[in-house]
Design a protein around this ligand. Sequence first.
Ligand SMILES: *Cc1c(COP(=O)(O)O)cnc(C)c1O
Length: 383
Amino acid sequence: MLDTTLCNSYLSVNLQTIINNMQSIQEDIGPDVECIPVLKDNAYCLGAVPIAKALCTYANVRTIAVAQVCEGVELRQAGLSAPAVLVLGGVPERLFPAAVEYGLQLTVFHPSTVYALEKLAAAQGKRAEVQIKVETGLNRTGAKPGAELGALATALAACPHVRTMGVFSHFSTGETKESPTAYRQFQLYQQALAQLQAAGIDPPQKHMCNSGGSDWFRASFCNAVRIGRRLYMDNQAEPLTPGTPGAVQEACSWRASVTNLRVVEAGDTVGYDAAWTAPRRTRVATVCVGYGDGLYYPLAEAGGPLLVGEQRARLLATCMDQCFVDVTDIPCRAGDEVTFFGQSSGGAAMPIQELGKFMHVEGVYFYSFLSPRVARVYEGLEP
Ligand SMILES: *Cc1c(COP(=O)(O)O)cnc(C)c1O
């Protein structure tokens, strides 16, 4: 195991901010709608176990969603036995026994899954919990309303060891306010609910919205919403005013250090294959992380912004383990702190949403590359 106290950089994750954000979201969506944190991909690479524990303890979370069986098992093995754990994605059949053993809810969209689970659960003397996924337009996984959903309902009715706990679908354009596609998808989802009800299936949880939809599509909340991105940052296109209902704060900061300074002359190059050529005399800082740590390569290529100390600077290029920053116009010494996103230790802001807008990607995208070489440091809560 990597000794993370020896890592070149660290990601500060403020658990109190995440809990505050969860509470702000809950106040916004109202007491009758359950907020299901989506902690897939190791909670967007921030650390699923500490975040799940904090949310269960301080925000009374009852259901957690992950994408894969291994992620659900990790939560169970970490001692999280109380919350329901929903596996959102399609799963290879060889993992069904583990899902049943660890009491995970699998997502079903094909009758063969239901029959396989029935056999397993009956053999283990257990109930397998599942949620129905409805295909409404993303065309990833799901049963289409009509014949497909009908066949699934028939299978569920024939399998007494399989218990249906929910019905859900997923927007393909949830982040786009007033999206006509989202309205159409929700209509189809309602059709599916009606079809299932007519077949005698009316499970307790019904959910359609992810963070994007939760920002604007109140009519589609049903009785639960699935929230990933919004635990850590606001909607990038139209952030809510701080302090208004539902507004959230950025919860994470990634910080590293300057290790070298060099003045290069006009025409000199920096990095492999002359990644960057100096147009003028330039003071270049070398920083102790690179794309191997999770620095988004295109951000470096595009000359993205970052903080050196409390000051704005620009990336010039990145290697696997080290990157280059232009510090010609700002004070800088070896050992200075570098903040890629979030806040500097001194409180200067480098909003991740600004990086998202700059690169035309979602802010959470920048989390998803962070490697195990970046220490995760959990702050904000009393230990
Ligand atoms: C990832 C995912 C979510 C969470 O999405 P956010 O936009 O981060 O809130 C919700 N539902 C499903 C099915 C997902 O795959």
